[in-house]
Design a protein. Structure first.
Length: 309
């Protein structure tokens, strides 16, 4: 099949340039603004080196899955307020360092089913990202079928190792093919952005275990990634900082200045307890484990994790 015709057809299907809304771990789907109508863009996926003989994988902090897919990352996003896990890198039969990656498609699958399509992300100007990683990762531009034509030497930007959290804004000109590539077909970041299929966060290093968290990602133009990883407490008109206080099986909140509702969710996203945030909640009926607490009201939008013993 003619690659140029394939790309041109995909670009026509995804030609509308809507805004890419910065994702802060607050939704299950990244709103890229380039969905082709299939509503399959922006869902996180993982991949690894098993196709080349590696044995690497991502170890997730909680089981994956929702009512529609066994691999959905909804529970991970709830747990991490981002996409977090441990990159377990095992070399196996590889002749190079093992790797895993996490990414999302920017346009989505072809309407009616099929391979992910390409879209023109030039208007993003590049990408901002906030993350933690115990190994130095790269942010890679996935191009679908075009990957093979450039020897899988996709334009990428190097990120620094950071366990405390780092934020970086990278223009499309900051993405380049790896230095080892000696092929004739060149691809710069701006050209790749005009036919982008996926954004990929890739960890490739010596065998070992490396924790990571993708906390925020958005466009370089018009987007602002949050400054740090972790839970954000959003204030309205100077509202006091909200805190969740757990004493045994009694949950209460401080810092709430207006009417608000509190919900406790299990890792499947189900609401298992609900009440007025101004009153304490008795959680004695719940099983031991990890839960997410969500408080919403006129002047507060707060999420936190609790552990019941």
């Amino acid at each position: 099949m003619n690659k140029k015709l394939t790309i041109a057809s995909a670009l026509l299907a995804a030609s509308a340039a809507f805004a890419f809304e910065t994702w802060n771990g607050d939704a299950y789907q990244v709103d890229t603004g380039l969905d082709n109508g299939s509503e399959t863009s922006g869902y996180w996926f993982s991949y690894g080196d098993d196709g080349d003989g590696g044995e690497s994988k991502v170890v997730w902090p909680v089981p994956l899955g929702n009512d529609y897919s066994e691999t959905a990352m909804d529970p991970v996003i709830d747990h991490c307020v981002g996409v977090c896990g441990t990159a377990s890198l095992v070399k196996g039969k590889l002749t190079y360092n093992p790797f895993v990656g996490i990414g999302f498609n920017v346009v989505g699958e072809a309407v009616g089913g099929g391979d992910p399509e390409a879209g023109d992300a030039s208007s993003w100007g590049g990408v901002c990202i906030t993350y933690t990683s115990a190994a130095a990762p790269t942010l890679e531009l996935g191009l679908g079928d075009v990957d093979a034509t450039i020897g899988y030497a996709n334009p990428a930007a190097s990120l620094a190792k950071s366990t405390a959290g780092a934020t970086k804004t990278i223009p499309w000109t900051g993405f380049a093919q790896p230095s080892w590539y000696k092929g004739a077909t060149k691809m710069d970041g701006a050209t790749a952005a005009s036919q982008l299929v996926a954004l990929k966060f890739k960890i490739q290093a010596a065998a070992g275990n490396y924790d990571f968290n993708i906390c925020s990602i958005g466009p370089a133009t018009g987007g602002t990634c949050k400054a740090t990883c972790g839970i954000d407490v959003k204030s309205v008109r100077g509202a006091s900082a909200v805190k969740a206080n757990l004493s045994g099986r009694t949950l209460s909140f401080s810092g709430i200045k207006s009417v608000a509702t509190a919900e406790v969710l299990n890792l499947q996203g189900q609401v298992v307890a609900k009440g007025d945030a101004s009153s304490s909640m008795n959680l004695a009926a719940l099983d031991a484990g990890v839960y997410m607490v969500r408080v919403a009201g006129k002047s507060v939008n707060f999420t936190n994790k609790i552990v019941l013993k």
